[in-house]
Write a protein that binds this ligand. Structure first.
Ligand SMILES: NC(=O)c1ccc[n+]([C@@H]2O[C@H](COP(=O)([O-])OP(=O)(O)OC[C@H]3O[C@@H](n4cnc5c(N)ncnc54)[C@H](OP(=O)(O)O)[C@@H]3O)[C@@H](O)[C@H]2O)c1
Length: 260
């Protein structure tokens, strides 16, 4: 963590406060940048402190004021969450929005079975999210306001032959977010599930056969619009909603023969 502190908000500049988990690169970085442009103070949390610090420094330099702070945290260290959440909330002066974006896709082949990789993907993509959401949900529930955003994936809509654990982790995350939404919406808290298609980041840089590829900035723009209008689930880009509707209805005996 840095030693910089935010200035207290004034009635003329009432910052909202957000934490973005996994904001050191890619989609998370673009979301953190977008939020600061839209009037948020942002806690930039990432596993690699240099990445978090670089993003935070660039945001503050571009803005000409301190709008973000950098924190280091490996989401697999579940026991750190309560302490870090308190620290970030103290530094920011509260919390209005949690974005859980951290995620990994470890490569595999159609004939490879590696439990360690599968477990790591589940821990980063789902269990870490549960640790953060369990810490934040009761705070938002008591406040009767707040927003939680989870970056899931279109990959979670079906069990895909190419990477069983990644698709399972995203399927579990989407289902978990829906359940949390069903709990928290009755307390005035909004929960948004984001299902990106292909986004141009480190995660996709060695992948082939990508289509409808968008930039992280375009994804962040769509996510911001959904935050603003308190949507429940979005696909980015939007046309994935229609493709996935078709794919969800392909019978299993056909789907298992496809390489999708
Ligand atoms: N790119 C796509 O096409 C695509 C499509 C659908 C869904 N998604 C989802 O979108 C999210 C962001 O993906 P991306 O493409 O932007 O990936 P990325 O460029 O690889 O960035 C991943 C981010 O997650 C952080 N992270 C990874 N493991 C972590 C850990 N153990 N603890 C804390 N932070 C960790 C990384 O932190 P460091 O920088 O510190 O390593 C980085 O900031 C992921 O959840 C991914 O599954 C991506």
């Amino acid at each position: 963590m840095t030693n910089e502190r935010f200035e207290a908000p004034t009635p003329l500049h009432p910052f909202k406060k957000a934490i973005v988990i996994g904001a050191g690169r890619g989609i998370g970085e673009a979301i953190a940048r977008k939020l600061t442009r839209e009037g948020y103070l942002v806690g930039v949390v990432s596993q690699n402190f240099d990445n978090a610090k670089k993003v935070s420094n660039q945001i503050n330099t571009d803005a000409g004021e301190i709008l973000s702070l950098a924190y280091t945290h490996d989401v697999k260290n579940f026991d750190e969450v309560d302490g870090l959440l308190k620290q970030v909330m103290d530094d920011l002066g509260g919390l209005d929005l949690l974005v859980y974006n951290a995620g990994i896709l470890l490569p595999t082949t159609l004939t490879t079975y590696q439990f360690e990789n599968d477990r790591t993907m589940m821990e980063v993509n789902v269990t870490g999210a549960m640790a953060w959401i369990n810490a934040v949900a009761p705070i938002f529930q008591d406040l009767k306001r707040g927003q939680i955003v989870g970056i899931s994936s279109v990959a979670g809509d079906r069990g895909r032959v190419k990477n069983p654990a990644y698709t399972a982790s995203k399927g579990a995350f989407s289902t978990y977010l829906e359940a949390i939404r069903n709990r928290l919406s009755r307390h005035g808290v909004n929960v948004l599930t984001v299902k990106p298609g292909f986004v141009q980041t480190d995660m996709t840089k060695n992948q082939t056969g990508l289509f409808w590829l968008i930039t992280p900035e375009k994804a962040a723009e769509d996510i911001w619009k959904a935050i603003k209008s308190k949507k429940q689930t979005i696909y980015t880009p939007f046309q994935w909603r229609y493709l996935m509707l078709v794919i969800q209805h392909i019978p299993s005996f056909i789907f298992r023969r496809l390489s999708f």
